[in-house]
Ligand binder design. Structure first.
Ligand code: S5P
Length: 268
């Protein structure tokens, strides 16, 4: 199973340029941490990114929660992604027919495809969603991941849904779909010679969950036991009390925890 290979040896198993870049950054910066920057102004978001940028392989955004979103904001984010060496993941969770998502991806206020290296989609509409998004993103070297499982309690993305999502990605090929949002390795390890990236949200060292159904596990549980490649942490990092240095320190703490769990996994 590719879970037992170092990130560096998995680069060559991908053809998508964004997937390769993610693995290269992870190896170079010794980090499997993605920080989810779920704050509501552009300035706050950029400030968090400047604090955590050195510690992460990925910054995850929800561009539609930023009140003063402009393309100047996304340009600054792209600039920081180059300076501090991380990939931008817009957590858009597309969920419509192919034609609509291709417009949501390329147009509107956000023009996501112009600045986000990676985005994600629900599989519920069927394979047309992948086709619609790939028409826009693939020529730009972008990548897509599908939501196969969710971290929230009572999620319907389980069992057969998860399996069929994996099959949909396999059928689409790995030129554009490069992995999954999931809580486990799903079935990816049994498919020979194919490497898929597993990104897991719902990671926290302090809280067990929130009042709205979110559920947290530790980096050790997520990377070590469940076999995920990237841990996604939001409030656990940007929400820490103690000011800017505290945010920076907390990102480093998660980076170290995530990396330790990965190194231990390789020793097995
Ligand atoms: O199943 C999921 C999928 C995602 S992408 N569960 C999640 O929590 N997410 C996202 O990860 C969610 O939208 C949020 O941006 C982040 C988790 O934030 P936290 O503050 O709970 O760490």
């Amino acid at each position: 199973p590719t879970t037992l290979l170092p990130y560096s040896e998995r680069i060559q198993l991908h053809t998508n340029p964004t997937a390769k870049r993610i693995l290269e950054i992870m190896d170079r910066k010794k980090t499997n941490l993605a920080v989810s920057v779920d704050v509501t102004t552009a300035e706050e978001a950029l400030e968090v990114v400047r604090r955590v940028g050195e510690s992460v392989c990925m910054v995850k955004t929800h561009c539609d929660i930023i009140e003063d979103f402009t393309l100047a904001f996304s340009e600054e984010l792209v600039k920081l992604s180059k300076e501090l060496d991380f990939v931008i993941f817009e957590d858009r969770k597309f969920a419509d027919i192919g034609n609509t998502v291709s417009l949501q991806y390329s147009s509107g206020v956000h023009k996501i495809s112009s600045w986000a290296d990676l985005t994600n989609a629900h599989s519920v509409p069927g394979p047309g969603i992948i086709k619609g998004l790939s028409t826009v993103g693939q020529p730009l070297g972008r990548a897509l991941i599908l939501l196969a499982e969710m971290s929230s309690s009572g999620s319907l993305a389980v069992d057969g849904y998860t399996k069929q999502t994996f099959q949909m990605a396999k059928d689409a090929g790995r030129e554009f779909v490069v992995g999954f949002i999931a809580q486990s390795r799903i079935d990816t390890d049994i498919s020979d010679g194919e490497d898929w990236l597993i990104l897991s949200p719902g990671v926290g060292l302090a809280a067990k969950g929130d009042s709205l159904g979110q559920q947290y596990r530790t980096p050790k549980e997520v990377v070590g036991d469940a076999g995920a490649d990237v841990i996604i942490v939001g409030r656990g990092i940007y929400g820490i009390k103690g000011g800017e240095q505290a945010v920076k320190d907390e990102a480093e703490r998660y980076r170290k925890e995530g990396w330790k769990a990965y190194e231990e996994r390789l020793q097995r």
